[in-house]
Design a protein around this ligand. Sequence first.
Ligand code: ATR
Length: 271
Amino acid sequence: MTEKYAILGNPVAHSLSPVLHGLFAKMMHDDITYEKILVESGMFSKTCADFFRLGGNGCNITVPCKVDACEFADNLTEYAKCAGAVNTLKKMPDGSVLGDNTDGRGLVNDLKRLGLNLAKEHVLIIGAGGAAKGILLPILKESPLSVTMTNRHFEKLESIREMTDERVNLVRQENLEPKYSLILNATSSSLMGVLPNIENRVIASSSFVYDLMYHKEHKTIFTEHAKKLGVKNVADGFGMLVLQAVLGYELWHGHAPDTAAAFNEIAKIAL
Ligand code: ATR
């Protein structure tokens, strides 16, 4: 029987999730439909309940509904709990709805794909919003040499202090030193075409710079800025997008395409 999936959010018109899940289903010979559902303001709970009542098997959640989805789920994985946000919901055999957050593990898998061994990295995370919280636990699980977080408004990092422990250093932007081997931009600044206010001296040319946002030709304002400062190893969040979708696919179907094969197929359709 055809299984029914969707992405819920606002906006959703631009979403690549239907293309990615359609491609994975083709590769795995699964029979699915995947639609885009626009959620009007204040209507998440009703829209999502309707989707599952009408036979939905699972859905992805995008902005601004990830926190609402956390409240909607009957049960949460440890990743969703830690992030306080859900990007994937699944209807379980007993009728309950499970909420997961695959964003952070998608990022970690992409960093591995790019050849990084997080256990050998001094990691700097810029940002204190949902994206930054979502990646923290999966990164800590890889036992990096150190993890530092910074944010434009330092006070906002207080909420991170409550959810973590002494493994995470919270540092004001002006006190950062140029000692990070992996710099992750988890702010939404690239979306607005501006740089997070990190001093140039912090961005060592030997560091790996990764922007969680993605943009045409895999160039974001932050990765381009890093390149101008002499950084050779940069990446945008397109790989993270693909790999969080692979993890969501696995949660729903119990199997998923091989990562390298998935990237090969995606390259053919040149998103
Ligand atoms: P998301 O869920 O995408 O993380 P969010 O919760 O609204 O979105 O958080 C946005 C993050 O981007 C915050 O860390 C924000 O910094 P502040 O807390 O100081 O506002 C950061 N951000 C957004 N625009 C920024 C900018 N122009 N420069 C630096 N940081 C920015």
